[in-house]
Design a protein. Structure first.
Lengths: 328, 283
């Protein structure tokens, strides 16, 4: 067992009723790294993270966090990890400050230390001003920041983040990303579940793609994107009648062009931003009016299409699976 | 770092990577709190909620206050001959009722924690596992104390004069709170079994309401049909009411005190482990 692995899981299985939510997941996360688990709703991400954070017992397989077995040594695992769940795991009926003091006291800080620590974190996370307000009046971004702050009252050695930016506006998302980077720079191992390839690409050095409870691909973001095709230039014209002219220009610049169902839209695979910009410039030069264009990374859908041959279908969300289990 | 709300620029309102990095905890990890310390911390959390969401307390106090006024002045003369006599009869019963109604909220609060996700954080902390449950009920006991005090103060204002004085009232209050603590475990169990806080509230009141009314809180059971009288006589809540009356007004009923304590012990022995188990295995 290598000591440089912070998280290692082999053959994890978790069944809810007839659903195999996690169906033989293997993970190996190097100590001090940010590792992304990428997949659509219902793929088994949340269940995996809950097993690793000792909230669920696996039905099969085993997992170790910093060498501690998540079942037999659950208490030792809890001593080194912290979890930021999919639902912001903070108490809405308390203020931001009270939330942090509560967690600090539960981690063993004295009264005065807990207060000081809460103030320090509120300041660092841009929440000093909202400190005395009830969390139920916080915006989604503030709530998420408080949630992450609560997870680092005492800096954990391993941190689990379950879709930390789902539902956030781009600005709040960037803030959360900055926080994750800062934690990683401080040496915390981070396991990040996400639906966004973009997010995993921005933060993670390794990614596991999971679908139907199984890891279907694993590698660096670069490797994954290379296996998928790097992205595409999407152009929408002002005048649909100019589409054949535009097609000729783009074929010359980027070789392959797809005509979209929208009569004014075209797309072309394009790995290189400079070439994409060049192609757009050529369209303008040819007198073709452009309504808008974008140069996008492959979406999760495209990754899934490439890896599995089917799009990232919306499975019943995991909480629905959980609800079914509760009802059972 | 400034926290001025007026400027929307990045440097003033958002966490900067450097600031977050500085805020990482550098001191050695503190040692874990004891089980008792952890439970009391959760008790403190419960008290904060009373402060922030006083409506909850209001909900469960207004009904009993209404009952005191309504029954005393509307039916008091008819049932007991005079409103003053009826107040003496009804007040210890209303005390029991108002505190027991409050116990439903223990289940509602726990269910809320589960549905909102904060339980996930508590369960992933390295603390004594039942601490959140025990602590919450300790905090709730403070609420029972407030609810009970409101009723007693109201009674005294209306002219109720307990025969056994302050000590008797305190003894009755202590017994009622102890019983309520035990009964709360039944509602936390319910709170972990049901799907939403509202469902817990409905099911909770649907069970506590009839069982409280079918007791000797409002009327002397001698006047009831035989089957009903039998139920009222075996209802532990009747014993709690009788015990409270004895403690407050004189004529200590040792049997009723014993039955109340025994019921509390049984409720705790059955439902506390059940709650803990459901909580531990919560998905």
């Amino acid at each position: 067992m290598s000591s440089t692995l912070a998280i290692e899981a082999t053959g994890l299985v978790k069944t809810f009723g007839t659903t195999r939510a996690v169906d033989g997941v293997d993970l190996a996360v190097r100590s001090g790294s940010v590792y992304g688990v990428l997949g659509p709703n219902g793929a088994g991400k949340t269940t995996t993270i809950r097993i690793l954070a000792t909230l669920l017992r696996p039905d099969g397989g085993e997992a170790r966090v910093l060498g501690h077995d998540v079942v037999a040594e659950a208490d030792a695992v809890r001593g080194v990890v912290s979890l930021t769940g999919q639902l912001a795991s903070v108490d809405e009926d308390l203020t931001g400050r009270e939330n942090l003091i509560l967690i600090a006291r539960l981690l063993g800080l004295g009264r005065a230390e807990a207060k000081a620590r809460a103030a320090e974190l509120l300041e660092a996370f841009g929440l000093a001003e909202a400190a005395g307000r009830l969390v139920k009046h916080y915006s989604g971004g503030m709530r998420r920041r408080l949630d992450v702050a609560a997870s680092i009252v005492v800096t954990p050695q391993v941190m689990f983040l379950d879709e930390p930016t789902t539902g956030l506006d781009p600005r709040s998302r960037n803030q959360v990303w900055d926080i994750i980077r800062a934690l990683a720079a401080g040496g915390t191992t981070i396991l990040l579940c996400t639906q966004y390839l973009d997010e995993a690409d921005q933060l993670a050095e390794g990614i596991a793609v999971i679908d139907h409870g199984k890891v279907i691909a694993e590698g660096t973001p670069g490797q994954l994107k290379a296996s998928v095709g790097a992205g595409a230039l999407h152009v929408r014209l002002l005048d649909p009648d100019q589409r054949s002219a535009a097609e000729r220009v783009l074929t010359r610049e980027l070789d392959v062009v797809h005509l979209e169902p929208d009569p004014a839209a075209l797309s072309a695979p394009c790995a290189d931003a400079d070439r994409g910009a060049q192609a757009v410039a050529e369209l303008s030069r040819a007198g073709i009016g452009i309504a808008n264009f974008s140069l996008g990374q492959p979406s999760l859908d495209e990754v899934f299409l490439a890896l599995t041959g089917h799009p990232a279908e919306e499975e019943p969300a995991e909480d629905e699976v959980i609800d079914e289990e509760r009802a059972a | 770092m400034s926290t001025s709300p007026t400027t929307g620029t990045r440097s003033t309102t958002v966490p900067e990577e450097a600031a977050v990095r500085r805020a990482l905890f550098s001191a050695p990890r503190p040692s874990r709190p004891s089980a008792v310390a952890a439970a009391f911390t959760f008790g403190w959390r419960g008290m904060l909620k009373v402060k922030h969401v006083p409506e909850q307390l209001l909900d469960v106090t207004i009904t009993p206050v209404m009952f005191v006024l309504l029954f005393t002045y509307l039916f008091g003369g008819a049932i007991a001959g005079s409103t003053g006599d009826y107040l003496d009869f009804i007040l210890p019963g209303i005390l029991v009722m108002s505190v027991l109604f409050t116990t439903v909220y223990s289940g509602v609060a726990l269910n809320t924690d589960v549905t909102k996700g904060v339980v996930d954080r508590f369960r992933s902390l390295p603390i004594w596992r039942p601490a959140p449950l025990v602590g919450a009920l300790l905090g709730d006991s403070a609420r029972y104390l407030v609810a009970g005090t409101v009723i007693i103060v109201l009674g005294v204002v209306l002219g109720y004069r307990p025969g056994n004085g302050v000590l008797g009232v305190l003894a009755a209050l202590a017994l009622v709170i102890l019983f309520a603590f035990a009964l709360s475990w039944a509602f936390t169990t319910l709170g972990l079994l049901m799907r939403s806080p509202n469902a817990v509230m409905n099911a909770g009141f649907m069970s506590i309401f009839p069982i409280t009314f079918l007791s000797n809180v409002f009327v002397d059971p001698d006047t009831l049909p035989a089957a009903l009288e039998w139920f009222v006589d075996v209802n532990p809540i009747s014993h709690l009411v009788t015990a409270s009356r004895g403690l407050m007004d004189g004529g200590l009923e040792a049997d009723s005190v014993a039955v109340s304590l025994g019921t509390a012990a049984i409720l705790t022995a059955v439902f506390a482990p059940l709650t803990a188990r459901l909580y531990r295995n919560k998905i």
